[in-house]
Design a protein. Structure first.
Lengths: 311, 273
């Protein structure tokens, strides 16, 4: 499989702050890499280095084999970038914004208009196309922003926290559009603070914290690192807890109070064994489920802090 | 549209560079900046209205003091050139704040990730500004006409009259661009411009002849480039010597551009995003 994006040992300091302390990653062509990390972890700095906005102090990176430091002009002809803030002109209409970028990418006036219409349709903005962007909702703005970054279809699309601040419905809508772009074969480099987002969109996930990669793998790999599936049971009456603990002895460590959890290495087999034993002692359960750890659990296990904390 | 997978092909067709492409890129960015100014009438009206307002107030209040034996028309002939250059200089604040907002909104970053000429952002800003200045010169001159200002020195000189302040102010815009690139907030741009604009516009041979200033500022008044531009414009419109002043104004423009474009471009390239 061809490597589309590669970074080796990227370092970048801003004064005394070491924003990147040796980032290594690679993205196979046609796949989606999710870069997950809290605020200040170095996600945007990594994107800025890969998109030629910033020169790394050390290390190197390539896009489709072109060196971002030595061949920045070539790199820029291959990438599309959607930054953290929807960078579109508020006083222009959605269509005018797209035509402007089309013209900058050397389409003729007619071609640029045609391409703008095509993109407005694709991003469900056709009706709003002739309205000024300042009247747009956050979700519409983000969609326009995304459309603007693929006016000239890129080989690699960089999305820096594309859904930050969006309501769940707009977020879902944007996800669908990202999936559609992936299906066209565009390689996508996505940063996010939302574990759910990485889980939903990314083929592989890189977790970064304080400027270094602390874990890498598929969503499943990462979850397995924290421990596999576990079984969670909620008692109808908390007073039955000790009885249940006794009945389940020998199945593994049980943690929690009220809601009890235990490792379920055999999945459904473990679950049915639990149900059978609890049933045998005549205790009623309010709920029982098999759970996989969320990426939040993963992040906490890897870093000792949650995604919300910046320290 | 199917995805073109050949990276080398894409690089070949899309990559920036070359003289014609650079000119084209700058032209498109300039066009965008002009369009945005036109969409935001507050910019044009505000920065044109202010000098027009001053011009009218000054005519009403000072005409009899400065040209005691003359008419309002004589004073207008004297005042309009200075009001014009003054108005244009003040509107460089708009050039600065507009660039500041582009830097902050991420628009500049977006433009910098496109395969377009590296110079397009700043050059487009200066040229877009120049387009707006030209519109303003025409506006102010028309209002001047209403209070009695007339071109008395032929078509070519009138044309130079209109273009000279645009050229000088565009050169001065590099100061605004430099300050915008360095600025931490939009207000800083405005505040940082004031110490440049106030002495330049008011301590010049404009509202009052040089002899009207106290002796200790007369030195500054006579080397002030705005004095040169105002006197050149007076000569071009009303007759009298102007070649010397036109040359002075051009030299100042070249010097301002050389110094501040270097500073601005350096600061721009050093930015961390």
């Amino acid at each position: 499989m061809d490597v589309m994006v590669e970074a080796r040992g990227l370092e970048k300091c801003f004064g005394r702050t070491r924003a990147l302390q040796g980032i290594d990653l690679s993205v196979p062509a046609g796949s989606v890499l999710g870069v997950l990390g809290p605020n200040g972890a170095g996600k945007t700095t990594t994107i800025n280095c890969l998109t030629t906005l910033l020169k790394p102090d050390k290390g190197y990176a390539t896009i489709a084999g072109y060196d971002v430091i030595k061949q920045p002009a070539a790199v820029r002809s291959l990438i599309g970038v959607t930054g953290q803030f929807a960078a579109v002109d508020e006083e222009l209409t959605a269509r005018e914004n797209l035509v402007l970028f089309g013209r900058l990418l050397r389409l003729s006036a007619t071609e640029a208009t045609k391409r703008a219409t095509e993109l407005l349709g694709q991003f469900e903005l056709l009706e709003a196309g002739n309205r000024r962007v300042k009247e747009f909702s956050g979700g519409m703005r983000r969609r326009l922003d995304l459309a603007a970054s693929i006016v000239a279809e890129p080989l690699v699309l960089f999305l820096d926290e594309p859904t930050t601040g969006l309501d769940p419905r707009s977020r879902r809508q944007l996800w669908d559009m990202v999936v559609a772009l992936k299906e066209r074969g565009i390689t996508i480099f996505l940063t996010t603070q939302y574990l759910e987002e990485a889980d939903e969109l990314a083929d592989r996930i890189v977790v970064i914290d304080r400027g270094t990669v602390i874990a890498e793998g598929t969503s499943d790999d990462l979850k397995n690192r924290v421990g596999g599936t576990f079984c969670k049971l909620e008692l109808a009456d908390p007073k039955d807890e000790s009885k249940v603990r006794r009945a389940l002895s020998g199945l593994g460590d049980i943690t929690g109070t009220g809601t009890l959890t235990l490792a379920a290495p055999d999945g459904v087999t473990t679950l049915s064994e639990v149900v059978r034993r609890v049933d045998a002692i005549g205790v009623t359960l309010a709920d029982i489920s098999l759970c996989r750890p969320s990426l939040d659990d993963v992040f906490f296990a890897l870093t000792g802090h949650t995604t919300g904390e910046t320290t | 549209m199917t995805l073109p997978l050949n990276a080398a092909q894409l690089v070949k067709t899309r990559q920036e560079g070359g003289f014609l492409r650079t000119v084209y890129d700058i032209a498109i960015v300039t066009q965008r900046n002009l369009l945005l100014d036109l969409r935001n009438p507050a910019v044009i009206i505000g920065s044109t209205g202010f000098p027009i307002f001053l011009m009218l107030i000054f005519t009403a209040s000072f005409a009899k003091v400065v040209v005691p034996e003359g008419s309002y028309t004589d004073y207008a002939q004297f005042l309009v050139p200075l009001s014009t250059i003054q108005g244009l200089l003040f509107s460089t604040i708009n050039t600065g704040t507009a660039l500041y907002y582009d830097l902050r909104s991420g628009m500049v970053s977006r433009l910098r990730t496109l395969p377009i000429a590296r110079s397009a952002v700043l050059a487009g800003r200066i040229l877009g500004g120049a387009g707006r200045l030209l519109v303003q010169v025409i506006f102010i001159t028309l209002v001047g006409h209403l209070i009695g200002f007339r071109f008395q020195n032929g078509f070519i000189n009138s044309l130079i009259y209109l273009l000279l302040p645009v050229l000088f102010t565009s050169a001065f815009s590099w100061v605004a661009v430099f300050l915008a690139v360095k600025a931490k907030s939009a207000e800083t741009v405005q505040a940082a411009m004031a110490p440049w604009l106030l002495p330049l516009t008011f301590l010049s041979i404009g509202y009052v002849p040089k002899e009207g200033f106290p002796e200790w500022v007369q030195g500054f008044v006579s080397i002030n480039p705005v004095s040169a531009v105002a006197q050149a414009m007076r000569g071009l419109s009303s007759g009298g010597p102007f070649i010397e002043y036109v040359i002075q104004a051009l030299l100042w423009s070249a010097a301002l551009t050389a110094v501040f474009s270097t500073l601005a471009i350096r600061a721009y390239q050093k930015r961390n995003s």
